[in-house]
Design a protein around this ligand. Structure first.
Ligand SMILES: [Fe+2]
Length: 403
């Protein structure tokens, strides 16, 4: 049983000294296509068979590229390219809403998923995690690496003068990635989901054999194993209160510090055992130098995935940051997603306010703007209706006794 295992005392990890099971996802090299309208919505067919543009990316907007057009996966119907981005179905040119009337609109071809959204959802429900392999387009991945200063941009210096989320449209575009959001909404059984904190790029540098590392824990809002207030009680029950969405900005490999998991542990509905070395224990100063690494034996798993992949996992899943044994910094973009009825972990209003005034915001499509606003703006009922929640520094100082 995992509870009987002790942390590995090895202070200087090498790929050989840690024994987690590597779960490697390989890219297929094949992707469905999205036909993207000027609004950023996706062309598909409604339940009556009429073509339309949708703001969500379920199976109904998946196409396969063919020699002279596209094959709709769900219906077997075809769409033809008519030049300049125009699309025709049954010989009729489509407008910006995907209807065969009015002015022709220019559609673009978007980078779609390797598998159908419903296939990802099925795997997620069965296993508590799923990897949407290489779902981001290479140009978006390169831009994320540029902001993180990793991979091909490792010689650059991170920009500390501007909030990170506003530094490139790639961050918001990734945060609004439509297939993973569809899967998350289905898994949580609610359309109304939020970011519990501003999406952030995190860089893991080479381990030095001494510094503290992250111990085992479950993510927000459960926070099992973490020295935080407001943990979700165990057993938490059937309602899903959190999905973690980790974007592999760099390649995730065991050597380079890919996240370690106890895959399937979400179903246990409680946190990791103390014997594995919790995040709470490992947060104490000097803990790692004195006690070694948290558990990294064969009952743990490491998901290895190419850059541009998105790993979704039920936030109850036991996990910890990996240990980077290479000189190459490894970047990830982390997002905690919750239903709207869960209180956010951090105040996202400041970074959203800055973002909507940035050049990055102006590059987003209407769909992407709508999605980011819906997920980063938290509201409750107030005198003016559905007021936006934001931090009140003055009130904080008053109630804390310093004002
Ligand atoms: Fe975590």
């Amino acid at each position: 049983m995992p509870e009987t295992l002790s942390p590995n005392p090895t202070p200087n990890p090498t790929p050989e000294s840690t024994q987690e099971r590597a779960v490697t996802v390989e890219p297929s090299g094949r992707h469905y296509s999205l036909l993207v309208a000027p609004s950023g919505g996706f062309l598909g067919f409604d339940e009556n068979g009429a073509s339309a543009v949708f703001s969500v990316a379920g199976d109904r907007v998946m196409w396969k590229r063919e020699a002279d057009g596209f094959l709709h996966v769900g219906s077997g119907r075809t769409a033809q390219s008519a030049g300049a981005g125009r699309i025709t179905i049954d010989g009729r040119t489509l407008n910006e809403r995907g209807q065969p009337v009015g002015d022709a609109a220019a559609f673009t071809v978007g980078h779609g998923p390797e598998q159908l959204p419903s296939e990802y959802l099925r795997y997620f429900k069965e296993h508590g995690w799923v990897c949407l392999t290489c779902i981001l387009s290479p140009d978006v991945v390169d831009d994320l690496q540029r902001v993180a200063c990793t991979d091909g941009h490792a010689e650059a210096t991170p920009d500390r003068s501007t909030p990170q989320f506003s530094q490139s449209v790639a961050l918001a575009r990734t945060a609004a990635e439509p297939v993973s959001l569809w899967v998350i909404r289905q898994y949580m059984r609610t359309e109304d989901i939020r970011f519990a904190h501003t999406p952030a790029l995190i860089v893991l540098t080479q381990d030095d054999g001494q510094r503290n590392v992250q111990g085992w824990h479950s993510d927000y809002p459960y926070h099992w194993g973490i020295p935080a207030r407001g943990k979700v009680p165990t057993q938490a029950g059937d309602v899903v209160l959190g999905v973690q969405r980790n974007v592999c900005v760099s390649a995730f490999t065991k050597e380079r510090g890919a996240t370690a998991f106890k895959l399937g542990s979400h179903a246990l509905d409680h946190g990791p055992p103390d014997s594995w070395g919790t995040a709470g224990a490992h947060a104490r100063p000097g803990h790692r130098a004195a006690h070694g690494l948290p558990y990294n034996g064969p009952d743990a798993d490491v998901i290895e995935a190419p850059p541009g992949s998105i790993i979704l996992y039920d936030s109850r899943t036991w996990h910890r940051a990996g240990v980077n044994c290479t000189v190459q910094p490894r970047a990830a973009m982390l997002q905690a997603v919750t239903p709207m009825f869960v209180m956010p972990k951090n105040d996202t209003s400041g970074s959203y306010r800055h973002f909507i005034q940035s050049a990055a915001y102006r590059q987003l499509s209407v769909r992407e703007r709508d999605e980011i606003r819906a997920m980063m703006v938290h509201r409750f009922l107030g005198p003016a209706g559905r007021d936006v929640i934001t931090a009140d520094a003055e009130l904080t100082s008053i109630v804390d006794g310093s004002g």
